[in-house]
Design a protein around this ligand. Sequence first.
Ligand SMILES: Nc1nc2c(ncn2[C@@H]2O[C@H](COP(=O)(O)OP(=O)(O)OP(=O)(O)O)[C@@H](O)[C@H]2O)c(=O)[nH]1
Ligand SMILES: [Mg+2]
Length: 325
Amino acid sequence: MGLFSFLKKKKNDDAVRDSDGTSDEQLDQKLERTRGRFASGLVNLFTGGSKIDEDLLEELENELITADLGVPVTERVIESLQSRVTPDQSQESDGLRQALRAELINILQPVESPLEIPDSPDPFVILVVGVNGSGKTTTIGKLARQLTDGGQSVMLAAGDTFRAAAVEQLQTWGERNNVTVVAQGSGADSASVIFDALQSAKARNIDVLIADTAGRLHTQDGLMDELRKVKRVMTKLDGNAPHETLIVLDGGTGQNALNQARSFHEAMQLDGMVVTKLDGTAKGGIVFAIAQELGIPLRFIGVGERVEDLRVFQAQEFVDALLAG
Ligand SMILES: Nc1nc2c(ncn2[C@@H]2O[C@H](COP(=O)(O)OP(=O)(O)OP(=O)(O)O)[C@@H](O)[C@H]2O)c(=O)[nH]1
Ligand SMILES: [Mg+2]
């Protein structure tokens, strides 16, 4: 197994899907609700002949805020546009669209950094964290499937020992995709389950171990300590584990997602992020706020319930999907 680029493997995935005859929905359709926000703000701005004035920019500003880009990002975008509009010169709408597109891509580019799984260590350990219901377990299932499709051997650790149904939920994913799930009864110690799983994954030369954890609020100190313990215990078997601490954020929670990521980062030192449920929300602009304010690699976005709805995040593709139509 050479240096594994997730993007390359995704291409195989696409081929499989296409030969199935299942059509792959375009990202702009998936992001329809957030795109709607952008569109209503931009339609006036880009209607040929309309004069770009303060009123128009203010309208755009409102739409961007409603789409949850947040104040700092919105201000950056508006200032960048203002600097391109001279008072006595009517701005060509196409030029302005290009300027907006470029600025939005600039904001996202620094966090475009796909997850790469190197040759060693074996296993590469991914610890998945986040608040309740953000999409952790589902994301793990999708990721496990994409990795196995890409030729990696995967094991899952049922580290959510808190919620009764959590272990079963992970086991269902495991069975469906022929992936071993290491679990103990609910109420077991999360760190001990994950420790066992790591030991077993090492013994079996597994490429990737993904550990699920119970949802918790960043304000629950005891539960945040538990996560730190999970990390500490792992290092007894591999000094560098976990190799990727990945937070899963529900895009529909808008600015809350930003606060969660900030607090988890302070407590845990995150390596990557996933923003899920971008298909069902008009608050997808939160991705820009997260990118600008945190700068943590955004590995994937979730745009639906299917395996292929977990997509490698690409800045340009994301912006073009929002500005489409
Ligand atoms: N539409 C949509 N739904 C999603 C996406 N990702 C996850 N979900 C749904 O969100 C719900 C919660 O997902 P889980 O994976 O159970 O969330 P969790 O973070 O593991 O939850 P806890 O273990 O309770 O903390 C499920 O119904 C998922 O199907 C997504 O990208 N789009
Ligand atoms: Mg879960």
